[in-house]
Design a protein around this ligand. Sequence first.
Ligand code: AMP
Ligand code: GLY
Length: 433
Amino acid sequence: MTANILVIGSGGREHSLAWALARSPGVRKVWVAPGNGGMVSAPTGGAAAIAPVASVAAEDRTAILRLCQDKAITLVVIGPEALLAAGLADDLRAHGLAVFGPGADGARLEASKAWAKQLMTQAGVPTAPSWVVTSRTEALDLLHRRGRPLVVKADGLAAGKGVTVASTMSEAEAAVDRSFAGAFGRAGEQLVLEERLEGSEVSVLALCDGQDLVLLPPAQDHKRIGEGDTGPNTGGMGAYAPVPFLDQQDLEHMRSTIFLPVLAALQARGIDYRGVIYAGMMLTATGPMVIEFNCRFGDPECQCLLPLLEGNLAAVLQACALGQLGEAPPLIIRSSAACACVVAAAEGYPGPVRRGDPITDTGRPESRSMVFYAGVKRAETGQLQTAGGRVLASVGLGDDIDQAFDQAYARLDQIDYAGKTVRSDIGHQVRRR
Ligand code: AMP
Ligand code: GLY
């Protein structure tokens, strides 16, 4: 296989994808459209070049197609859900390209919570009881009939802000009001109201070729901005994998009770799903239950999952894109390693943030730590500057979870910018020091 790969997107997830793909045997070059100014070639030797193409916007299909032709792209990997839901994968496939990422039909798994709920119910997948409502009156009636604050979810894509886990009735009512007042635009014209689940949350991602799938190790992320998992929700302040309290048998159970039934239900709808099926699950007293599906790699889960993989990620994603996962070399997961990811954000995140602060780095690349950039840009002087909410992720590999976090935090100490905002307690549930 001689591959020229195009990754579409510009965040830390896409940087880690480009990094892992560039290390895959047989890959010549990895372009990223539009990428970001921190995406330079892989830090360790023996990898293909990584080239951001800032001039090509992810939404500009004509420019993306032209880039695929100009660079003789053999595999496209699409990062963000909004592009998948808008049918980018369909369009590229119609032009004969091999694409890792579901079409608009499969992306409904994430783009419509009501649709995903119906699919789960039909497939017998364990999930919280829920109701779909299309008006404020209907929603408030239901809340009062149930007599307790349900979880309120905007049906469509709302950039991670569409869910309210209300503790009181008035919070739930306020969430209903906000949504029908247009806070989430069309995404909030329909709501899913759901019973609240209790337990630990885990993310399990599967790579799927339409017929078959392979599970990645389970991960946990930290969504809140504040220490002790407090304060407003963010895109994710850190993550780690694997999750020490889940074993292979638990994963097999999830495969047979969640992933395979969902894949069968997609197939029954005529959907040829080639991409990531990401299940956000709550480990409840009665077993794992699905909170949500995403149709893409998680961010920052991706950054701490890919360093755990050995073997040829490019070949596996290409095989998924071609519907031939069975013919791909096996995806080898480093069973004796752990990976930790700590995000550094800009001051003010998740609200409006300061930008344009120079980033300094006194460290140097080494094989047990990686820095994946997200909200950054390269100034004309060549200097890297902050340019967004989540600036970068420091990722550490170790023989156990403590070592992995030591690596990640030590590397992060070498990087500085004004307003650097980091949680010091990522992984607190599983760290012993
Ligand atoms: P989502 O946008 O669907 O990922 O939901 C955001 C967060 O809301 C999840 O990560 C959970 O922490 C929480 N959540 C969603 N649904 C439920 C539920 N049924 N019970 C408890 N927490 C939930
Ligand atoms: N880290 C959560 C997500 O990507 O949705």
